[in-house]
Each structure stands twice: as C-alpha cells, then as structure tokens.
Design a protein around this ligand. Structure first.
Ligand code: ADP
Ligand code: MG
Ligand code: ZN
Length: 548
C-alpha cells in the first residue's frame, strides 16, 4: 500500500481527465455539487463506473466515497443509464444523504424501515409509474433482501434497461471476516446473477486484505477496477497527552505557540464546547467560538462566517462541525476521547488538508470513557447490537491511547488493516519521538490475581475501581477494612506494583473486556461504577509494553 499512495502521480497512470466522461463529470461537480476539484481517486472511480466496469473503492473515512457514486448517478453519458441503486446499512446516514441530495436538487427516493407506509408508497410509485424516474434509490440491505416486491420492481427496470448500477456502501459488511458483518449483506451475492451486465461498485474504508478479497469474491466482481490509496497522512503529527486538571491551560499554551493559525477543538458535549470556548476567550484572550448541533441555524451561520473570515481562529465543536468546510486547519485537538478510531481518523483528518504540516493532539484520561459508556448506554434509539458495536469502538480508542510504545501511525493504519513501516513515520508521532528506554514485562500472573480478586467478591459485594486498586495493592485504608475487603484472598497480591502500574493493568483488562465497569445509580441519584468480571471475549494476551 505504501507505493499506492504516490500512484496517482506515477508515469504509467492513465490521465483520468482524458476520459470521455470527464467533461460531464467536472461540469456536474461544479453545477450540482458546488465543488471545485475532485479529491484523490474520485474521478478514477467515477470513470470506471460510467464505463460500466465493476469497481472496488478503498478510501479512508471522510475521503469522499459518496461522491464516487452520487455524481455518476446524475450523469447521462455513461455506458449504462437509469437508476443508481445504493445499498447503505445505516438508516440515519441514509436519511442524511437523501436530504443533502434533495437540497442539491437531485431526484432521489429511498426504502427503509423508518419512513412508514406513505413514504414507501411514494417511492414505489416513482419507480413503477409512467413519469420521470428518480436518479438514485437508497435502500437498506434488509429491504433488498426481504422485499420480493422491490426485487420485482428492479427486475422490471432491468428488462427495460433502466438500471445503471448497484452501489454497495460499507461493503466490508459483506464479509464474515469484517468487524461489522451483517447477515442481510449476504443476499447481495445474488445481484450479479439476477442482474447480469449491471456494474457493481463496492466502497469501504476497511483495508484488511482478507476482507477485501472476500468482498470481491462474494459479490462476484473479480477483475474489477481496484481503486485504492494509502491511509497514511504523512503531514500530520499525532500526539496523545495525559489529560490533567490544567488541560485548558495546556491547550491555551499550545495555541499561543501557534498564533494566527486556525484549529479545531473537539469536545463531547455541547456544554463543554461552550465552556471551553468561553474560557479560551475570557481567560486567555484567544479568538475561539463554540459550534454544535443544538445551535440555531442563524448562530451556526454566523460562527461559520467568522471562521471563514479569520475573525475566529479556533472552533470548539462537537463532531457536528467540519462537514464540507475546507479551510487550512493547522491543528486538531481532542479535548476528550473520540467515539471510535474511525471518528479519530476522520476528525484528525480535517487538519492539514492542504498538504502542509499539521498537529493532532488527543488528551486522554480513562475517566472520559465513563462519559462515553454512559452516553452509549443511555441513548434510547440505538439497538443493543449497535450499542455493543459502539462500546467496542470506544475500547479500540482506549487501547490506542494506552499504547505509548508503538508508532501512532502503525496503530492507526493497523486499525484500518494497512501495514506500515514505523521508520516511515520520521518521528512524526509522540511515541516515535519518545526516547525513554522501553522495558518489557510479563504481567500474566498479576493479571490473573487481579481477575481472581474480582471473582472472589461475594454476590453482595461491589468494588469501585479505586477500591479494587487498593485491595490489589494491599493498601491500609479504613474504608477497605470497614467493608472487610482485606479478607479477600487476593488482598495485597499486587503489592509490588506501583499505583500507576496497577492502574494501567486494570485499564488494560477493562479494554480487553476481561473486566467490566458497570454503572449503577444509587438512591440519592449518585452514579457509581463497579468493577466486575467481563465477557472474556477477547483473548487474554496482554500487550506487555503497554504495561511496562
Ligand atoms: P466517506 O463516505 O468516504 O467517509 P463522504 O462521502 O461522507 O466520505 O465525504 C466526506 C466529506 O468530504 C463530505 O463533507 C463531502 O462533502 C466532502 N467532499 C467529498 N468530496 C469532495 C470534494 N471533491 N471536494 C470537497 N469536499 C468533498
Ligand atoms: Mg460514507
Ligand atoms: Zn511514529
């Protein structure tokens, strides 16, 4: 993959602007999508599908995959004409895209479980009636799988040569090797057989080779155009710092060192955004403004304008900010943990879009995971399955933060399935820059004692993480004695470890889901979390260096 990065400039690469589809594509890009240029590989993907070829598109999150199929859908000069059918797994994202496209005047309909009978009836009428057909149909894999009515509508369009292409977004869901495998994606295997000759485009941000091969195999698109790029962003410096009480002070000093440059600070909640922006303004005289989803459209517009004009240099935002704003961002700061590695990659990815050096700082404290876990647990709309997926996402971020040895690039790219030689980082991450000597220690015995300690708790006993640490280290603390925890057979089993070491061990076990923290609200409304034995779903191989 490393060589793939520069391939767009390689001499043997075809000049994509010479294709017969280019003229219409660039015109539609400007007129319909109001964008100036294609990003890396977008035109290549568009040309391939307009030429009726199957395509596999690997692009990082936020790289601009949607345009690869939305733009050809509104082109009329392709080899296949008619409806572009987009299979997309997340209803919220689907609705979002449908609204965006409609705002651009694009004729789009959808089928999903959210829309109700009337919505489905309208979509159906547009696909079967005698009037003008829509350009795009968004559909969930479940609907495509289960609805024989939809299948027969598509069959009819196929016979009338009114099907332009099938698009499989988040295509890694097809593969059982992938981390988001979905049953209903299995039925997509039949597309090639049921609609021969209709080009298929599969898109994903998962670069694991096994997954890619499996997807191509399952969809029956061997020999497709492979459109891939490295996920490495060589001009970004990745830094993870401990989040301490004076975090704002730390952030402010960093910003003062980067006077006149623009940056984004991500916070988890709207209140935090407002609070941080205010403190940076009032206490440090910095040009900061907050931005979040609950602001009025008017306020949002004002803030965006101030940011665009330079009157505001720092935006303190929830993840709602950043869409479609291409400004030369010199730094991205995570005031609290991102929700997932995808999110981290996308949010840091907003820095240095111009190719010049930019910094990404993440402030990490394990305590922030509790806020995230609670957010996930309390969200009413999310299914249990989705919640579990989100929790898994947070654990991956914690693991990344806690690993203060391996090159940050190696870790980020490994998450997406790409290998990376750490020497190529050129000390552009805090771990590669760290010159402290590293020590490897086997923590298996200590880990086992810690698990046994928690397991030995009686049915009515509950221990917080701090109590657990105290018992493990055999601390002489009154509350521990009062509760009788000093009679635990593993009391003091970790007496040789420093508090810091013991805490990292617990955190690692929490990340591995060998231990879990369960949140309870007591009678006075106070939230407490207690350590319990976890699911043991992950194997118990501890990463020795992250404990050293
Ligand atoms: P992905 O699906 O790969 O994660 P999206 O298709 O959602 O990414 O695009 C991410 C963002 O990039 C969107 O805000 C989109 O408007 C923007 N974008 C995509 N292509 C371009 C382009 N050629 N120029 C400017 N912005 C673009
Ligand atoms: Mg996408
Ligand atoms: Zn590095």
């Amino acid at each position: 993959f490393r060589s793939a990065q520069s391939s767009s400039r390689a001499a043997n690469e075809i000049d994509q602007t010479k294709s017969p589809y280019y003229k219409e594509a660039i015109r539609k890009l400007k007129e319909v999508f109001q964008l100036d240029d294609f990003r890396q590989n977008q035109l290549k993907a568009i040309n391939a599908t307009l030429d009726a070829k199957d395509a596999f598109v690997l692009m990082p999150t936020g790289g601009g995959k949607s345009l690869c199929y939305q733009l050809p859908a509104v082109c009329t000069g392709g080899k296949t004409k008619g409806l572009t059918v987009v299979v997309s797994p997340l209803i919220a994202l689907m609705n979002d895209q449908v609204h965006h496209l409609q705002a651009k005047g694009i004729d789009v309909v959808s089928f999903n479980s959210d829309q109700g009978a009337e919505g489905a009836r309208v979509s159906r009428a547009r696909l079967t009636g005698s009037g003008k057909r829509p350009d795009i149909l968004y559909v969930t894999p479940e609907r495509l799988d289960k609805s024989t009515d939809l299948r027969s509508i598509l069959g009819r369009l196929y016979k009338q040569r009114e099907l332009a292409r099938f698009v499989i977004d988040e295509a890694h869901c097809v593969s059982t090797w992938g981390r988001d495998f979905r049953d209903s994606y299995q039925s997509l295997k039949s597309l090639r057989l049921e609609y021969p000759g209709i080009p298929i485009m599969a898109l994903t941000a998962t670069a694991n080779e096994q997954v890619m091969n499996d997807v191509i195999d399952q969809l029956g698109i061997c020999g497709c155009e492979m459109i891939m790029q490295s996920f490495n962003r060589p001009n970004l410096f990745y830094d993870v710092r401990p989040k301490l009480k004076n975090v704002i002070n730390d952030i402010a000093s960093f910003i003062q060192l980067h006077k006149g440059q623009t940056g984004v600070i991500y916070c988890l909640s709207r209140n935090k955004c407002e609070e941080v922006a205010k403190e940076l303004r009032d206490k440090y005289k910095l040009k900061a403004k907050h931005y979040h989803a609950q602001m009025s459209p008017e306020d949002k517009h004002k803030t965006q304008a101030a940011w665009q004009s330079g009157e505001c240099e720092i935006i303190v935002a929830t993840i709602a900010f950043g869409m479609g704003i291409d400004k030369a961002v010199r730094y991205v700061i995570h005031h609290s943990l991102p929700m997932s590695m995808d999110g981290y990659y996308q949010e840091t990815g907003r820095a240095g879009r111009d190719g010049k050096d930019a910094k990404c700082i993440l402030y990490y404290t394990y305590a922030d995971t509790k806020i995230l876990y609670k957010l996930i647990k309390d969200s009413e709309k999310t299914s249990e399955e989705e919640k579990e997926r989100q929790l898994e996402g947070v654990r991956a971020v914690v693991k990344y933060c806690q690993n203060d040895v391996d090159c940050r690039r190696v870790q980020v790219l490994r998450y997406f399935g790409q290998g990376f030689d750490p020497r190529e980082c050129h000390k552009a991450c805090n771990n590669c820059l760290d010159e402290r000597e590293q020590k490897t220690e086997d923590m298996t015995t200590a880990a086992k004692s810690l698990l046994n300690l928690v397991q030995a708790l009686g049915r009515k006993e509950r221990m917080t993480k701090v109590q657990c640490l105290d018992v493990f280290r055999g601390a002489n603390v009154k509350t521990i004695r009062d509760k009788g925890y000093d009679s635990n057979p593993y009391f003091g089993a970790g007496a040789k470890l420093s508090r810091e070491h013991a805490e990292r061990l617990i955190d690692q076990l929490l990340v591995l889901d060998a231990l879990r923290e369960e949140c309870f609200t007591n009678r006075s409304g106070w939230n407490n979390s207690y350590v319990q034995v976890g699911g043991f779903r992950s194997s118990l191989t501890l990463s020795p260096h992250s404990l050293s």
